[in-house]
Design a protein around this ligand. Structure first.
Ligand SMILES: Nc1ncnc2c1ncn2[C@@H]1O[C@H](COP(=O)(O)OP(=O)(O)OP(=O)(O)O)[C@@H](O)[C@H]1O
Length: 317
C-alpha cells in the first residue's frame, strides 16, 4: 500500500506537485493521467525518492519512505520507464537480473527468474536471454525493461509511460501481460500515462492531475460518469464517453437466452467490442461463446442501453 499525504514539490517558485494526497491499496493499479507538465512524473518519482519532496509524507506498507537509505528503497521498488533504459552493454539476462544480483541471489535462482519472466512476456528464453539490447526490436526492449523492473518481485512497481512507444497490437499484448502479472503477484502499481484508454483499461483508480494539483482520484466508471471538473470531462473526450463506459464491462454481464446468428463473440469481450461488431455486421444480436460453446446472446439494444451515462433528473427513462 502506498499512502501519499499532502505531498508538494517546488522547483524555484513553481509547484510541480501541489499538496497531493492519495492512497493506492495493496495489489491495486493506480493510473496517473494529465496533460504534459502536470506533475505526473514528479509525483511518481517522489515515491522512490528519485525526487525529494518539499513537503508531505509518503508511506509504503506503513513505513515512511525516508526511513530507508535511497538505494535500498529503490531496490525494493520496480521502476520501468519509457524508452526502457536497458544497459546497452549487458545481455538481456544480465539486464533482467540486475536487482536480484544486487540483492545477492545465487546464479541458479537468477537464471530461473530470468527464464520465468521471459516466458511470461512471451519471449523464448533460449532465443533471447543472451541477446544484447540492440539485437531486439523496440517493443521487445520495452518488455525487457518491464521484466527487469519486476525481477526481484517488488511489492511496488512504478511505470512511467512504459508502453508509450509500442504499436497498438504489441501495446495491447503488453498491457494484458501487465494485468496478468499484477494479479498474480498482487503488485501495487503506479502507472503514469498520457493515454486515457490505457488508464481506463488498466487502472483500478485513476488520478487526474492538472498544473500540479490532483483534480480527481476515483475508479474509471466513477470518473466517466461523474467527472469532478470540466477539465476532467474534457480529458475524457465527451464524444468518447459512451464507448469508454462500454469498454469497462464484458459481454458476460449482458448474456441472455434467445436466437442469434453469425460468428459468436467471446464472453470476455468488452461491450464496446461487441457493439462495434453488432454495428459492423448489421446484426441485432450476437451469439456469445465461452470455451468454444455458445452460451447465450447479447442484443444490440441492450448494448446501446449500457452506453448511456447517468440521466439528468426528470428526463425520460
Ligand atoms: N528538475 C526540475 N527542475 C525544474 N523544474 C522541473 C524539474 N522537473 C520537472 N520540472 C517541472 O515540473 C513540472 C512537472 O513536470 P513533470 O515531468 O512531473 O510533468 P509530467 O506531467 O510528467 O509531464 P509529461 O507528461 O510531459 O512527462 C513541469 O513544468 C516541469 O518543467
Amino acid at each position: 500500500m502506498i499512502e501519499i499525504e499532502a505531498i508538494t514539490k517546488v522547483f524555484g517558485d513553481y509547484s510541480a506537485v501541489d499538496n497531493v494526497s492519495l492512497t493506492v491499496e495493496r495489489g491495486e493499479l493506480a493510473a496517473i493521467v494529465g496533460t504534459s507538465g502536470s506533475g505526473k512524473t514528479t509525483l511518481m518519482r517522489m515515491i522512490n525518492r528519485l525526487v525529494e519532496p518539499s513537503a508531505g509524507t509518503i508511506r509504503i506498507d506503513g513505513r515512511d519512505n525516508r526511513e530507508l537509505p535511497d538505494y535500498e528503497l529503490r531496490r525494493g521498488i520496480g521502476y520501468a520507464i519509457q524508452g526502457h533504459g536497458l544497459f546497452p552493454h549487458r545481455s538481456v539476462a544480465e539486464n533482467i537480473a540486475t536487482v536480484p544480483k544486487l540483492l545477492g541471489w545465487d546464479r541458479k535462482r537468477r537464471d530461473a527468474r530470468v527464464d520465468e519472466l521471459l516466458d511470461l512476456f512471451h519471449l523464448e528464453p533460449e532465443a533471447f536471454r543472451d541477446r544484447m539490447p540492440h539485437e531486439l526490436s523496440g517493443g521487445q526492449q520495452q518488455r525487457i525493461g518491464v521484466a527487469r523492473a519486476l525481477a526481484a518481485e517488488p511489492a511496488v512497481l512504478l511505470m512511467d509511460e512504459p508502453f508509450g512507444a509500442l504499436d497498438p497490437i504489441i501495446r495491447a499484448k503488453a498491457q494484458e501481460d501487465l494485468l496478468d502479472i499484477q494479479k498474480r503477484f498482487s503488485t501495487t502499481v503506479v502507472l503514469v500515462t498520457h493515454d486515457m484508454d490505457e488508464a481506463i483499461l488498466l487502472g483500478h483508480r485513476i488520478a487526474v492531475m492538472h498544473e500540479g494539483k490532483l483534480l480527481q482520484y476515483a475508479p474509471p466508471a466513477e470518473i466517466i460518469a461523474n467527472p469532478a471538473t470540466d477539465f476532467v470531462n474534457e480529458l475524457l473526450g465527451t464524444g468518447d464517453k459512451a464507448f469508454r463506459m462500454l469498454s469497462l464491462e464484458t459481454c458476460e454481464q449482458l448474456i441472455e437466452e434467445g436466437p442469434a446468428n453469425g460468428a459468436p463473440v467471446a464472453a470476455t469481450a468488452s461491450l464496446k467490442d461487441a457493439l462495434a461488431e453488432a454495428l459492423w455486421s448489421g446484426r441485432e444480436a450476437l451469439p456469445v461463446e465461452r470455451d468454444g460453446v455458445v452460451i447465450g446472446r447479447v442484443t444490440r439494444e441492450d448494448l446501446v442501453r449500457h452506453a448511456r451515462g447517468p440521466q439528468p433528473e426528470g428526463s425520460a427513462a
